[in-house]
Design a binder for this molecule. Structure first.
Ligand code: GLN
Length: 203
């Protein structure tokens, strides 16, 4: 429940990509999902998810629908954000291949498709000290690699090689994997738990 006594309203950017599974995940944790296609869909949202998909296409569509500025002001106003896979790429401050960053809301560098073409998709158990300690099952689909991390970024989970795959900086979180494709709702619950914690980018 929010301070107004209603279910938290969690948006899912729905211009392209893995939308439906996030909508279902939000319902499962008793929050209200809102599919976001137009700026007016962002009104009164408590949190927003940027899903997986193809980040170049997503950038173009976010621009075409006039969503970039309203999403930035939602974030500046204190709404927590979760970017998964392509969503992580959109949130990152730096891209390793020299491509310009898009939202620049997370102090990290990512390399698109960094797990390599031969490993297009894979699943593995993740060490998740920042998510209560129980291992988390990660589904990776042409996933980005986090190639550098700022000092204020907390690592929530790592892959078996020790690479960060779930991170949080204040109320902005991102995963290289797809948490909506398993039954583990820890990332979605953490997103909702950050609602109403005040503005600012640091923890
Ligand atoms: N490889 C995609 C990109 O670079 C991301 C893949 C995903 O979101 N599953 O945008």
């Amino acid at each position: 429940m929010t301070s107004e006594g209603r279910a938290p309203r969690v948006g899912v950017l729905a211009v392209q990509g893995a939308v439906r599974e996030h909508v279902n995940a939000i319902r499962e944790i008793d929050a209200e999902p809102v599919e976001v296609r137009l700026p007016r869909d962002l009104v009164d949202l408590d949190a927003l998810i940027l899903p997986g998909g193809e980040s170049t296409t997503m950038r173009k569509l976010i621009d075409a629908y006039g969503l970039r500025e309203p999403i930035l002001s939602l974030a500046r106003g204190g709404a927590p954000l979760l970017g998964t896979c392509a969503g992580m790429i959109l949130l990152a401050d730096r891209l390793a291949d020299g491509e310009a960053p898009y939202f620049g809301l997370l102090d990290l560098e990512v390399r698109r498709n960094g797990y390599g073409r031969q490993l297009d998709s894979f699943e593995t158990d993740l060490d998740a000290p920042g998510l209560g300690g129980q291992p988390l099952h990660g589904v990776f689909i042409r996933a980005p690699v986090v190639s550098d991390l700022g000092p204020d970024v907390e690592v929530l989970a790592r892959d078996p090689d020790g690479m960060p795959v779930a991170v949080r900086q204040g109320r902005v979180m991102a995963t290289a994997f797809h948490p909506e494709l398993t039954g583990d709702r820890r990332m979605h619950r953490l997103l909702v738990s950050l609602i109403g914690r005040g503005a600012g980018r640091s923890a």
